[in-house]
Design a protein around this ligand. Structure first.
Ligand code: ADP
Ligand code: MG
Length: 317
């Protein structure tokens, strides 16, 4: 029996060092990450890759703003689609090259993905998700604020523009993604959590109000809809810690659902970084009864063997 793994690639897998975000850097980072995914495929997993897009959305938005005198503005749904195309392309090419190198007879394909949201989601009134680079120019911060933007500290890492992040209710392309997975295609999907769309009374889809979906939430939803055997989030840390960044820091090999909920209530996971990941994994583990894993891309093969990473497991396990 083939096993389906849905694996999210964090922003850090594309931008490994602050300030090093040129395409060349992003492409090199994707190539590194693709090696680990190809190894998973060689080990027999059917892999579905998803990715974040927060920094890239902000960069494209800024580019559009700076060039308004000559070219048209870009709404956020179109910017989301741009990032699914560009990041999808880098992953698709890099995975394809790895398969070729390893002699794996596999096709890979990026699917432009929409995520259905509720236009009355209260999240639209409360922008929480950071996009773009970190801003230290006071004048620029004031300029953004005068345009109506929320500019706030992002998980203690610096000031960023913030945007609404509604809850994804349904991945519109799940059926076609499933068909591709069943055919053995390595699918790249749900980039940036999916492009947020709303449905009208006739069933027609259109762009949601300005928003970016949380990629961890969008990925968890796809993993549940595909009934995936495992949900993996790769990010900047090898494991999850309690008392993170304090002298009492303790790196965890495993958390049960109950333990994770207790740690969450005790405030061990930062909103905007680790908290959405833990919430997304709890949702998946509770719904499917399967396990979820957090690790960094370089430890992925080892973690899948149970040697590292933090595993989130059902209570009875
Ligand atoms: P991504 O771009 O992959 O979504 P984020 O930066 O949003 O990554 O979230 C991962 C980061 O969360 C880690 O690099 C780490 O700095 C931070 N973090 C917050 N709380 C914890 C915790 N309890 N354990 C480990 N990392 C944590
Ligand atoms: Mg994140």
């Amino acid at each position: 029996m083939k096993k389906v793994a849905v694996v999210a690639v964090g922003g850090n897998a594309l931008i490994r060092e602050k300030g090093k975000h040129h395409i060349e850097h992003q492409f090199n980072a994707v190539r590194e990450t693709a090696k680990h995914f190809a190894k998973m495929v060689a080990d027999g997993w059917d892999v579905v890759v998803t990715h974040g897009n927060g920094p890239q959305v902000g960069f494209i938005l800024r580019r559009a703003e700076l060039s308004l005198k000559e070219v048209h503005p870009l709404p956020l749904d179109i910017i989301g689609a741009h990032t699914q195309g560009s990041i999808g392309y880098m992953l698709q090419q890099s995975l394809g090259n790895e398969f070729h190198r390893l002699g794996i007879d596999k096709q890979t394909c990026a699917v432009v993905t929409q995520s259905l949201v509720d236009k009355n989601d209260p999240a639209f009134q409360n922008p929480t998700k950071g996009i773009g680079g970190y801003i230290d120019d006071e004048e620029l911060i004031e300029e953004y604020r005068s345009q109506g933007w929320t500019v706030e500290d992002d998980a203690g890492r610096g000031f960023r523009r913030k945007i609404a992040s509604p809850k994804p209710l349904e991945i519109v392309e799940t059926k076609v993604i499933k068909r591709l997975v069943d055919e053995g295609v390595v699918v790249i999907a749900v980039g940036g959590g999916g492009i947020p769309v709303i449905k009208d009374a006739n069933g027609d889809l259109s762009a949601a109000p300005p928003a970016v979906i949380d990629k961890d939430r969008g990925t968890a939803l796809l993993a549940m809809e595909l009934n995936a055997d495992i949900f993996v989030i790769t990010t900047a840390v090898e494991k999850i810690a309690i008392n993170f960044n304090t002298p009492d820091e303790k790196w965890l090999d495993q958390m049960t659902v109950s333990e994770a909920k207790r740690y969450m209530a005790e405030g061990h996971f930062k909103p905007g970084s680790m908290l959405p990941k833990v919430e997304a994994m709890l949702d998946y583990v509770e719904t499917t009864g399967n396990k979820a894993l957090v690790t960094d891309p370089d430890h992925l093969p080892q973690a899948l063997k149970g040697e590292t990473g933090t595993w989130i497991v059902p209570d009875e396990a």
